[in-house]
Write a protein that binds this ligand. Sequence first.
Ligand code: GTR
Length: 433
Amino acid sequence: MRPLIYPLLLCFVLSTLPVLSQDRQEELQLLRDSVNYDESMVPDYQLPALLGKTNDARLMNANHWMTERRPELMRMMQNEMYGLFPDEDIKVSFIINSDQPALNGIARRKEVTISVSNGSESRDVSMLIYIPSQIHGPAPLFVGLNFYGNHTIHADPGISIHQSWVRNNEEFNIRGNLATEESRGVRYYRWPVEEIMEEGFALATIYYGDIDPDFDDNFENGIHGLLDDDVNRSELSSLSAWAWMLGQTINYFQQDPSIDENKVAVIGHSRLGKAALWAGAMDQRFALIVSNDSGCGGAAISRRQYGETVHIINLAFPHWFSDHFNEYNKRVNQLPFDQHSLLACMAPRPLYVGSASEDQWADPKGEFTAAKEASLVYSLFDKKGLEGIDMPGVNSPVGDGSIRYHMREGKHNITSYDWEQYLAFARKHFQSR
Ligand code: GTR
């Protein structure tokens, strides 16, 4: 019997869908109806060699990886899958709008406007930062995007409410695609702000729709609206825009003496976990990377075709990736890389991959497999990964080196259990530096 979770999951997935053409909907529905959740039906596949033609670690060293192979993989992933946000003519400036004590004195709250301009037009993106009061001197920090607005992560009445398009959600009192006071704090369960402060970490977050609203409009709105008309739309992607903005935040942290710009961890859940991974690959200033339930197009091996597939994700979310990614819808084995390649691009920086047992759509085993495979590249740096470790059961994190993995018991979500693991991992790695 199929567990009840799958139909429920399907309802959730359908409710988050942008409007698609009838043909596309029908094709998507057919694929969804035949999604594989049976491990014995995972096809035989061969992963592309991480190190190039030969996968022999004795024939490559860390320097060769960094200067030759990694750039080659990054180019392929950009061209074939993630696309880009071309920022040659774009200028970014930061304005601190407020800086006040908050959360009963345990933190300071800053709101920073990130102004993105092409010289004649600009878009403003708002970043919320909490800095723990107990830390004297620059604090290590987690930065991640949020789904519904900065004001949804905590009931703190001092957080500004954005004006950008937002997905309607009855449960969160969001109607007319507009955020209001009624959705303040509704996503608090995903952002344990007080615990993060107690652990001595600062937290920064940005509403992802401020950067690029999450629907397919051929890249007219959000920061894409700042690009020249002659920019090739087929190479753009929402994931690259979201990830690009994450990289911009480090430019701000470098100017803020209360933040330790050398200890910035990037984190994301689900599609924003995909964005966090791509940001971590594109910008090596991120000192630690956390992907939570990022699934297809994130940490999960595409070739396994278990849960969400490349074909499904491209039909459902045509704007997330570059148009070229569609070429692999029916021939995923032809991809010159797989998601282990993306994870390998984090090396030698600490990487934590989190899954959830009832989130089979995101393929926990595929996420573990990619993290384990990436260990080969970590070994070039004499860093320990998940070598010799098997897929663990629920709530049993594995990996005491630079790669760690867990499968939390429960649904597609980011919970305090997940955060506890990520905070402990970051504490350990940041302390030892
Ligand atoms: C789903 C999508 C997943 C995941 C998720 C989310 O609809 O199929 O890839 O990203 O959304 O972001 O919540």
